[in-house]
Design a protein around this ligand. Structure first.
Ligand SMILES: *Cc1c(COP(=O)(O)O)cnc(C)c1O
Length: 416
């Protein structure tokens, strides 16, 4: 652990935090749908001297000297992003998904313009127009929900809302929507009302890269994503757009939203994008979906209700109302048996975001650890035991043992 030793020489408290966090990751089942375990190559790149460099601007046009090597890193990241997703233009500088979205708004909109995104409670993201976010402060935000019966996107309804509010930009994609998305249908609505389309694929970018999710790029003016969720890269953001917006978009990222780019993270994005273009990554993406389907079926067989009746992606949303439980109490009970997941609102939820009626589960991290369908059935069994025996110390103890046994077969970062 030479890296940790170096930290400990200066700061034993933070060294202990890192040790504790690694221990937590190794000894818990990670089901948070937005988290993953990037490769050692990605982690190492993010911890290099590239963090030192000021490189405001873009390759070949920087405001600082000494950028000849970081320029190579950024050019590689941009070319790989374009190739991987078949996009005309890529900007790899956004520090995170939120900044990527803000930059698109700055590029495409004037303050006061109307935007139309998915309601937060239906699975949309806070950066899609909620009042607490800059997207809701600067723009006139309207929302579409889901069909009450199917709990899926309803393009009749989306078109009706769009005709009503006449948005300049429609936003597709979200954080807890478990089904595939029909981007051609979104395009048709956008065309009908003269809107541009932005797809936020933060959650499912890795599935798009692996060709197990519909591809938004041919249908949207702008596609934004994080790089640290299913894409399994460093924490960061990425924007793809049509060539005609390239210059304005780059200007919106820098100097519009950000100052100096994080060159260590951009280099790590390049590494992750290279990994994502390999056949092994496509197999990884396929296994993510096979795993979430297996987990979903096993949960249903044990009597749990899935929002929309299933999943096409890496995530599942469990409706806890039939069990008389809330998301917050189930999150806590699962954590006590070393299963990490998050409470989540479900469509038409009547409980507030701090309580919720649902729990969101995701398979990207456990799939990275090497688990397959059999392990998903085991995890579903453990979850069902917990929610059916809330408060039973005996059941909790047995589940904790089974969690430990399961994880022992799937070592995480063994040489860290
Ligand atoms: C995670 C997420 C984001 C924001 O990403 P950050 O990196 O946390 O800023 C944006 N949009 C969607 C749909 C997300 O799920």
């Amino acid at each position: 652990m030479s890296g940790l030793d170096e930290i400990a020489k200066v700061d034993t408290e933070i060294a202990q935090v890192v040790r504790d966090e690694l221990h937590r990751l190794r000894h818990k089942i990670e089901l948070i749908a937005s988290e993953n375990f990037p490769s050692r190559a990605v982690l190492e790149t993010a911890g290099t001297v590239l963090t030192n460099k000021y490189a405001e601007g873009y390759p070949g046009h920087r405001w600082y000297g000494g950028c000849e090597f970081v320029d190579v890193a950024e050019e590689l990241a941009v070319a790989r992003a374009r190739d991987l997703f078949g996009a005309e233009h890529a900007n790899v500088q956004p520090h995170a998904g939120a900044q990527a979205n803000t930059a698109v708004y700055l590029c495409a909109l004037e303050p006061g313009d109307t935007i139309l995104g998915m309601e937060k409670i239906a699975g949309g993201h806070l950066t899609h127009g909620t009042s607490a976010n800059i997207s809701g402060v600067l723009y006139n935000a309207h929302f579409y929900g889901l069909n009450r019966e199917t709990e899926m996107l309803d393009f009749g309804e989306i078109a009706r809302v769009a005709r009503d509010c006449r948005p300049k930009l429609i936003i597709a994609g979200g954080s807890s929507y478990p089904r595939d998305i029909d981007f051609a249908a979104f395009r048709a609505v956008a065309d009908e009302v003269g809107a541009m389309l932005m797809v936020d694929m933060a959650h499912f970018a890795g599935l798009v890269a692996g060709k197990v999710h519909a591809d938004p790029v041919p249908h949207a003016e702008f596609v934004t994503t994080t790089t640290h969720k299913t894409l399994r890269g460093p924490r960061g953001g990425l924007i793809l757009c049509q060539e005609r917006f390239a210059q304005e978009l780059d200007h919106a990222v820098f100097p519009g939203v950000q100052g100096g780019p994080f060159m260590h993270i951009i280099a790590a994005k390049a590494v992750a994008l290279k990994e994502a273009s390999q056949p092994e990554f496509a197999e990884y993406a396929r296994q993510i979906v096979r795993n979430s389907r297996a987990m979903g079926e096993a949960l249903q067989e044990r009597g749990l209700r899935l929002v929309s009746g299933g999943t096409d992606t890496h995530l599942l949303l469990v409706d806890l109302r039939p069990l008389g439980l809330s998301g917050s109490e189930v999150e806590e009970a699962l954590d006590a048996v070393r299963i990490t997941a998050n409470k989540n609102n479900i469509p038409f939820d009547d409980k507030p975001p701090a309580i919720t009626s649902g729990i969101r589960l995701g398979t990207p991290a456990v799939t990275t650890r090497g688990m397959r369908e059999a392990e998903m059935v085991e995890i579903a069994d453990l979850i069902a035991l917990v929610v059916r025996n809330m408060g039973s110390e005996e059941v909790m103890r047995r589940v904790r043992e089974r969690v430990e046994e399961l994880l022992a077969g799937f070592p995480l970062y063994p040489d860290l």
